[in-house]
Design a binder for this molecule. Structure first.
Ligand code: GLA
Ligand code: GLA
Length: 696
């Protein structure tokens, strides 16, 4: 992986490293007169990097044999003249109308057989050979044209791969799926065994009989569904690799990225598997509406860091204020622009970028906020943008700092996410990511740092269990034998594992581990469950520790040596264990059999952390009110303190010199003052303070 700052400095500049700041820049939506003003305002805002040409295919290649690079040459030159680096898109995200008209066979097909027609964007099948050929021809032209351009700092492959087209059920997809299955299973016998095709007369006798899990008369085969999700994610990786390989051949020294969407319920892309394919990780994040919006943002930024192995990454997009794609799109409150941006920096972002530079006057995103709003530069929003540019400049010492591992972690697993939410299950109300987010929220409420780390990282060293004393694995549904062994060895060596309902249930083929649930973790947890007992919608059960469970319960039999930490007071399982914990050699393994929600989890979590000797690093009054994140270099630490409340908080009891401190000013403008002028003893409402101190 490349260092984000090195690429931001650009191949030819000697500018000292600083955090990147910028946006998607779409000058092709505007007349030329506006471009000069754009460049002037970018300088005023402290912009260092822009992503260009993301949706410019139709402009660059107006016909199969015509190319128009003149305008883009001018934009590249203009950016370079103003000291701004370009993260240049390969421009393949949205194929032009001439291509989809000539080749309608590149259009994606839904599960129910409907074609996704042009008129939006991303109207292409990830597995279409025709699309691939045209896309790679464009990539080659782009790479050759700009290989030596001094503004070129990085390549941006496509855009949000899979956002609208991850699940394509076309005939191209069917063919590619068979190829993928052949590589995975080798023989039809092995596939039949993995898919359990003895069930419902599904046995395949020829590869050609196999289809994507299209709309069927009843539940499609669950392993077929799970494999199709794995395949669909991999098919996009294959496209990513194809574009990347062209770029690497022509411009071997220019790093390649693509913008992930580690955010909310976007679940089709297994980014833990994608990250090793690119030179640095980029993410897009938009605040989710609802009571856990801020926690979800922190969770996503944290997981992005986990996917990047704790190395710095690039926030490619977020919003300055409202978006346009939620049912109701409200603007951010004063202070939130800086708070949200610095939350990402706290979790490892070395660049803060937005969608987009100038708010569109036309098109589907004209009500989406930008760095330059419809109102123009004379606006509170643009002043906030300028202030944020100054704050990021002051944060230059943070550049390149890695994540300082917490003592606790939350394990995140795309396979478990996909498999636990398949149909024909005990309940369709289970939400994998919501349970993980509740645990994370409880950590924030307890004022204890936790890293969100991918299970896939265990295999390549991005995730090291040895870094952690406590690991929470919510709904770790898919547990292959090797993972069970690994967790067991870590617990025996002193690790404290916490897991929940519907964990350890199946292997990688989605076959149930037999002999009583949770088969893969039964011995480690020291319990046995004969029947799963989900709760009906609205049904609640009380526990004797004062908490309330929803969604799920289990009929647990504890084995000798397992302690019961909480018992059900009512419901079907009244009088039986709800939460258990077993001491295992130098560590322990705990099980939570119901959904307690963030508030219900907090006291339990504190109890479990206490038993493991893990405590908050924050002074008592700040616990739960402040989110603490730590980045570090070889000799320094940066403590990011984000105010989770709407009140000013005193920072007494914390060491360090304030590097920046943000304040929502006059109820309108987020003002940031550089070090020296910073009142290091107060954290403004929704404010952020970064403390700099020697490495412990
Ligand atoms: C995504 C896309 C952008 C834009 C934004 C709007 O992140 O990549 O092109 O559509 O959403 O929020
Ligand atoms: C019907 C079918 C069975 C089985 C059950 C499940 O009765 O005939 O094959 O699917 O439903 O409830």
């Amino acid at each position: 992986m490349t260092d984000v700052p090195r690429l931001l400095a650009g191949p030819e500049t000697t500018r000292p490293a600083r955090l990147g700041y910028g946006a998607d820049y779409n000058p092709d939506q505007w007349p030329r007169e506006v471009w000069a003003e754009d460049a002037r305002l970018m300088q005023a805002a402290g912009v260092t990097v822009v992503s260009v040409a993301i949706f410019s295919w139709a402009r660059i290649q107006p016909a199969p044999d015509r190319w128009d690079f003149g305008w883009l040459d001018e934009v590249m030159d203009l950016m370079h003249a103003h000291g701004i680096s370009v993260d240049l898109a390969t421009a393949t995200a949205s194929p032009p109308p001439w291509l989809t008209t000539a080749h309608p066979e590149i259009l994606p097909v839904t599960r129910t057989g409907e074609t996704l027609w042009p008129g939006g964007r991303q109207q292409w099948r990830p597995t279409s050979p025709v699309f691939r050929e045209h896309a790679l021809a464009l990539v080659e032209k782009m790479a050759e044209r700009y290989a030596a351009h001094p503004a070129l700092a990085a390549w941006h492959v496509s855009n949000e791969l899979g956002c609208h087209n991850v699940e394509d059920y076309s005939d191209d997809a069917a063919r590619a799926f068979r190829t993928w299955l052949t590589a995975r299973y080798g023989t039809l016998d092995r596939l039949n065994e993995a898919w359990g095709t003895a069930f419902w007369s599904q046995r395949y006798t020829d590869w050609e009989q196999i289809l994507p899990p299209r709309l069927a008369a009843s539940y499609p085969n669950p392993t077929q569904q799970l494999d199709f999700k794995r395949f669909s994610s991999d098919a996009l990786v294959e496209h990513l690799r194809a574009e990347r390989d062209v770029l690497r051949r022509i411009t071997p020294d220019v790093p390649v990225t693509t913008n992930f969407m580690v955010m909310g319920e976007t679940k089709g892309m297994d980014y833990a598997a994608w990250a090793p394919e690119i030179d640095f990780v980029s993410n897009d994040h938009y605040l989710q509406p609802g009571p856990q919006g801020r926690e979800e943002m922190s969770f996503s930024a944290n997981l992005t860091s986990g996917v990047a192995g704790g190395r710095p990454w690039f926030l490619m997009e977020h919003s300055t204020s409202a978006v346009n794609w939620q049912p109701v799109n409200v603007p951010k409150r004063p202070g939130e622009l800086a708070r949200d941006s610095l939350t990402h920096v706290a979790h490892g972002a070395d660049a803060v970028c937005f969608f987009q530079w100038r708010q569109s006057a036309a098109g589907a995103e004209k009500y989406h906020s930008a760095m330059v709003p419809h109102a123009g530069e004379d606006s509170a929003l643009f002043r906030d943008v300028v202030a944020l540019g100054r704050t990021l400049a002051d944060l230059a010492p943070v550049v390149g700092a890695e994540r300082a591992p917490a003592r606790a972690a939350i394990l995140f697993d795309w396979d478990s996410w996909w498999a636990s939410e398949l149909d024909s299950h005990p309940t369709e109300a289970l939400r994998y990511r919501a349970e993980a987010l509740d645990w994370y929220h409880a950590f924030l409420d307890a004022g204890v740092r936790a890293d969100v780390v991918p299970v896939a990282g265990l295999d390549d060293g991005r995730t090291d269990l040895a870094d952690y004393d406590v690991v929470v694995a919510p709904v770790l549904h898919v547990v292959p034998a090797a993972l069970a062994d690994r967790l067991t060895r870590w617990v025996e060596a002193g690790g404290h594992l916490v897991t929940t309902y519907f964990s350890g249930i199946v292997d990688a083929d989605d076959h149930v581990w037999l002999g009583g649930y949770p088969g893969a973790l039964r011995d480690l947890l020291g319990l046995r469950i004969e029947e799963l007992n989900p709760l009906r919608d609205g049904e609640r059960v009380r526990l004797d520790d004062g908490s309330t469970g929803t969604l799920w319960t289990d009929r647990i039999d504890v084995l000798p040596g397992t302690d019961v930490l909480a018992t059900y007071l009512d419901g079907q399982q009244a009088g039986r264990p709800a939460v258990t914990r077993r001491a295992v050699e130098r560590g322990s393994a705990a099980y939570v059999s119901t959904r307690l929600g963030a508030a219900g989890l907090r006291p339990l979590l504190e109890r479990l952390l206490d038993a493991a000797g893990v405590r908050s690093e924050l002074p008592e009054p700040l616990r739960g009110r402040v989110e603490l994140t730590v980045r570090r270099t070889a000799d320094e630490e940066f403590w990011f303190l984000v105010n989770r409340t709407d009140e000013a908080l005193g920072l007494a009891g914390l060491d360090g010199k304030a590097l920046v401190s943000t304040t929502p000013h006059d109820g309108e403008v987020a003002d940031a003052r550089p070090s020296g002028e910073v009142p290091a003893d107060t954290l403004a409402p929704r404010g952020v303070v970064v403390l700099r101190r020697p490495r412990a």
